[in-house]
Design a protein around this ligand. Sequence first.
Ligand SMILES: [Zn+2]
Length: 287
Amino acid sequence: MRWKNSRRSSNVEDRRGKRIPRGVKGGGIGILLLALVGMYFGIDPSLIMNVGDAVQSSRPASQSSEPYQASPEEQEQAEFVAVVLADTEDVWSQVFRENGKTYQKPTLVLFSGTVESACGYAQAAMGPFYCPGDHKVYIDLSFYKDLQKQMHSPGDFARAYVVAHEIGHHVQKLLGISDQVDQARRQLSKEEFNKVSVRLELQADCFAGVWTNRADRMRGILEPGDIEEALNAASNIGDDRLQKQARGYVTPDSFTHGSSAQRVRWFNQGYQAGNINSCNTFEARDL
Ligand SMILES: [Zn+2]
């Protein structure tokens, strides 16, 4: 991806090196929401619920700081995500304008280890996530090492896709889609809700594809191999692939993000069309 000379977004909140004091780890209802939105790479929601069992406290979540020393590689990644964020701002502002709407820019929070969000307390191990409650994307950049090594998804455009997918969830929030899904959750069984969740996730992948198309038309960001990097990442973080890696077998009813083939297909669909109307995963008969 061509990015070095591009604009960096000013909507990055750097919380790296900030510690959350013991006892203010929140919990409660926010954790449920986090379980809904936070499972970027298919972690069992019950794991996240367990995190939420931490003590509830009325103390304010003040955070103590200590100097944070990022390696040069990590600092480059921080700049990279600021550029991707800026590109998503430009593209989605334009797409919303075309549809007579106004895009509200989200904030991207960099954290290290643990973080407090409006959706509850989160750990880096859960992967990047979007919190609809505060319109923020949270990412610990160490995830990118896992993406490259454990998930066999190298390349800067694989990393861009991760951010674009989370921004896709923000777009869903602004369009009222995630609120509808959240309401539906109350009436559905866990299995039924997983199916809805898959559609929500595949739509975020499709939106990431739309962003890719539009950003490339706007600024010519794509280099040879970029699309392959994104498709490879989409494939490697499919629920079936991850479950197989973790457990050795696949249980489709517990899918919450979609299979590898589905994730590839929907990213590609958004990329080819460059239009959010191509992303109606909720009406699609076959995913
Ligand atoms: Zn997602």
